[in-house]
Design a protein around this ligand. Structure first.
Ligand SMILES: Cc1ncc(COP(=O)(O)O)c(C=O)c1O
Length: 362
């Protein structure tokens, strides 16, 4: 007897490998493997979440009206063009469901977020990776890989796992160089951490036309990864398409309430940004003193290169850290096995990781 056959592409999906969250036999760990915010959520968000627990027998507001209003207020954006989803991943998926399919191509840069090829296969489209020699997306390399079949270009800015970013004028050049019917998705999951004056999260590119979407998340600076909330800022026609595809009650009521409270707590967002602005260069400099170079990062993590020497490789360092209860990200699935990605955590966590790596490097 034969069972049903999945649609073309599905069996080509390589299972997503998340950052480890537990170590066997250890109750207490330092988790620096998934780029979650170092300071956790705003106390107001936790309070709102608890309050929402009183009404969980009712379906949530499927349109996320209050949450969209809070996002619009914080970011100076029209709530009618904002769409919320169960994590930005859900929205990234639905953009592909809406705009690509069998025989199409979905383009991204070589060291891009690993969900993009998974998303491409999930709709039967071919994933196409443009070369990226310097660990930063190259606009000309991306444009050179556009074909008649290209439907979507996903670009994380800053990118995970490299942490590098593309400046606003280069993003503008990318948009101008793409055909009008190619959707540009600017995945700005780490935008809040960036403290560079030539950077933009992408809202003005959305406003400038009908073919660019910016996606954002509550999982990183807002510290709400477990709740699964993300959002997109879209041109009206794309908003309309996504609105038809979203699950009717995709974002739970407690998640909506916590997200709205997080948006209102500007002081907490600023504190988290300042924390990162201080500890990212601190960690980079301490690692440099140990002889470990990092890819220049504008986000809340560092991609750290380990020596190509017996006992000192990234895999050795990873085992060494795990023995001390420190979990970082093995980046083999990102095509960089000689590196580890380390999230910026609290001060005590940063000091612990540096102490452990100093011991490892001898
Ligand atoms: C670049 C990038 N985009 C999107 C996401 C997904 O975030 P969310 O939790 O909103 O689904 C991540 C999470 O690691 C990410 O690194």
């Amino acid at each position: 007897m034969t069972g049903p056959t999945p649609r073309p592409g599905i069996m080509e999906i390589e299972l997503y490998v998340p950052g480890k969250s537990k170590l066997a036999g250890r109750r207490k760990t330092i988790k620096l493997s998934s780029n979650e915010g170092a300071l956790g959520p705003s106390p107001g968000a936790v309070k709102a979440y608890r309050r929402a627990a009183r009404g969980i027998e009712r379906y949530p507001d499927g349109q996320c009206t209050e949450l969209r209003a809070a996002i619009g207020h914080r970011h100076g954006l029209d709530p009618r063009r904002i769409l919320c989803g169960a994590g930005s991943d859900e929205i990234l998926y639905n953009l592909a469901r809406a705009y690509a399919g069998l025989g199409d191509e979905i383009l991204f840069s070589h060291y891009a977020y690993t969900m993009y090829p998974i998303i491409a296969h999930s709709v039967g489209a071919a994933p196409v990776a443009a070369p990226e020699p310097e660990f930063t997306a190259e606009i000309d390399a991306l444009l050179a890989r556009v074909s008649a079949k290209t439907r979507i270009l996903y670009l994380a800015n800053p990118n995970n796992p490299t942490g590098t970013y593309v400046a606003a004028d280069e993003m503008k050049r990318l948009r101008a160089g793409l055909r009008e019917d190619v959707l540009l998705v600017v995945d700005s999951a780490y935008a809040e951490f960036v403290v560079r004056n030539d950077y933009s999260a992408g809202a003005e590119l959305v406003d400038a036309g009908a073919n660019t979407v910016m996606t954002r998340t509550f999982s990183k600076i807002h510290g709400l990864a477990a709740l699964r909330v993300g959002w997109a800022y879209c041109p009206p026609a794309i908003h309309d398409a996504l609105d038809r595809l979203r699950s009717p009650f995709g974002v739970s009521a407690p998640a909506q309430a916590a997200g709205a409270a997080a948006m209102e707590d500007g002081a907490h967002i600023a504190k988290a940004r300042d924390h990162n602005a201080a500890w990212l260069p601190w960690l980079r400099d301490r690692l440099a003193e140990l002889g470990l170079a990092c890819v220049p990062s504008a986000a809340n993590f560092l991609l750290v290169r380990f020596p190509d020497a017996d006992g000192k490789r990234a895999a050795d360092a990873n085992r060494f850290l795990e023995k001390r209860g420190i979990i970082v990200r093995d980046t083999t699935v990102y095509h960089v096995p000689q590196y580890l990605r380390i999230t910026i955590g609290r001060e005590d966590e940063m000091r612990a990781v540096v102490r452990a790596l100093a011991e490892f490097m001898g």
